[in-house]
Ligand binder design. Structure first.
Ligand code: CAA
Length: 389
């Protein structure tokens, strides 16, 4: 990777990036294929990532985090994802969808209880918006939270929750006032140790197989009023604001996957011979390499730009939905493009489980789907440009 001139990295950025790179190479690389195959959750390495300070990079030290900026977080996440996208998504959801939302919208008491153990990596956090019949159209959720004195009684079924099978705490979105549509949605901080919290079916997945994804069922779960995040009716805006941060994380995951696939393809093109020469000497391969490299560097620029926009938003409270959507759209489609080309350059070996290239290909696909599909990113971008909503 080149240190791009317009994004000068500080010595702290470089130290964190190098520490993440070392950790990923030493601790994750040897186990990535095995955990992908078994689908087992890599609890030990995730715990070590917590000890390294990777699970709450932007969270202030007083709340258990590493107190670094958004760019630092992107650099570390990219390095983890270059080696294994499953570890990467667990880290991304923990940092962006969980810690970021509570730091932004929570009270000090909520941060103390719900952020400290998660940012310091002792336990894992999750974010639960989607339902079986409510995905892209998130405002149509049905899970109900009914106020009963000092508690909300929550009933409903959530789906596709990253880290659902293992999370200690969950940021949950549920309807408090059905007649108000999106403005009747509220956010809650859920403790998985309380009665009425049930972990549902674990999803068997094409890629990111070592990250655990499941349904969550709420059966008369009693959530104390003090665990509501923000005011009643603010839930949809909280969900969307948090997803802006999440989308930059997924863009960074996509970048890491693309870089890994690119590096494997570049090396293979310089080694493998056919028709009397290295396959990289054929223009058909060389032009693939050129397109892969260019799209990767363009993704990086969009991601770093979005990270800086997020940093600015911490000062002025402005939105960076456009920057985040462009970064996620471009980086995820680049990950799909690059991993596809990498398999093609490897030929039969790209299809074999003996090399990680087929894993990169399978892992890339989800980046075009979760935290807003490519179609939703195009909707966000076009609405922003055309002012149509
Ligand atoms: N930040 C702050 N506010 C926002 C916002 C944002 N990014 N986006 C929208 N809002 C606000 C709007 O300003 C509007 O507020 P007002 O009514 O006060 O003006 C309100 O929210 C409603 O906005 P829209 O009218 O734009 O809402 P919409 O119904 O048209 O939906 C959408 C917009 C972009 C399609 C949105 O529904 C969306 O992003 N859908 C995709 C959901 C998604 O990404 N799901 C993934 C879930 S997480 C996951 O993948 C699992 C996991 O564990 C990783």
């Amino acid at each position: 990777m080149s240190d791009l001139a317009i994004f000068p990295l500080t010595s702290e950025h470089k130290m964190l990036r190098d520490a993440a790179r070392d950790f990923a190479q030493k601790e994750i690389a040897p186990i990535a294929a095995e955990f992908d195959e078994s689908g087992e959750f890599p609890a030990k390495t995730i715990r070590k990532m917590g000890e390294m300070g990777f699970m709450g990079i932007e969270v202030p030290e007083e709340y258990g985090g590493s107190e670094m900026d958004s760019l630092a977080y992107m650099l570390a996440l990219e390095e983890i994802c270059k080696v294994d996208a499953s570890h990467g998504v667990i880290m991304s959801v923990n940092n962006s969808l969980y810690c970021h939302g509570i730091m932004k919208f929570g009270s000090n008491e909520q941060r103390e209880k719900f952020v400290v153990p998660v940012a310091s990596g002792q336990v894992i956090g999750a974010y639960s918006l989607t339902e079986p019949m409510s995905g892209s159209d998130a405002g149509t959720m049905k899970t109900r939270a009914v106020r009963d004195g000092d508690v909300y009684v929550i009933n409903g079924r959530k789906s596709w929750v990253t880290s659902g099978p293992v999370a200690e705490y969950v940021v949950l979105f549920a309807v408090t006032a059905p007649e108000k549509g999106q403005k009747g949605i509220s956010a809650f901080l859920i403790d998985s140790n309380q009665p009425g919290f049930i972990r549902g079916k674990k999803e068997p997945k094409l890629g990111i197989r070592a990250s655990a994804t499941s349904e969550l069922i709420f059966d008369n779960y009693r959530c104390p009023v003090e665990n509501r995040l923000g005011e009643e009716g603010e839930g949809f805006k909280i969900a969307m604001t948090v997803l802006d941060a999440g989308r930059i994380g997924i863009a960074s995951q996509a970048l890491g996957i693309a870089e890994a696939a690119y590096e494997a393809a570049r090396q293979y093109a310089g080694e493998r011979e056919a028709f009397g020469q290295k396959i990289g000497q054929f223009q058909g391969t060389g032009f693939k390499i050129a397109d892969m490299k260019t799209r990767i560097e363009a993704s990086r620029l969009l991601i770093y730009n979005a990270a800086l926009a997020k940093e600015k938003s911490k000062q002025d409270g402005g939105r960076y939905s456009l920057e985040a959507a462009m970064a996620k759209l471009y980086a995820s489609e680049t990950a799909m493009f690059v991993t596809h080309q990498a398999v093609q350059i490897h030929g039969g070996m790209g299809y074999s489980k003996e090399l990680p290239v087929e894993r990169y290909f399978r892992d890339a696909k989800i980046t075009e789907i979760y935290e807003g599909t490519s179609e939703i990113q195009r909707l966000v971008i076009s609405r922003s440009e055309l002012g149509s909503k």
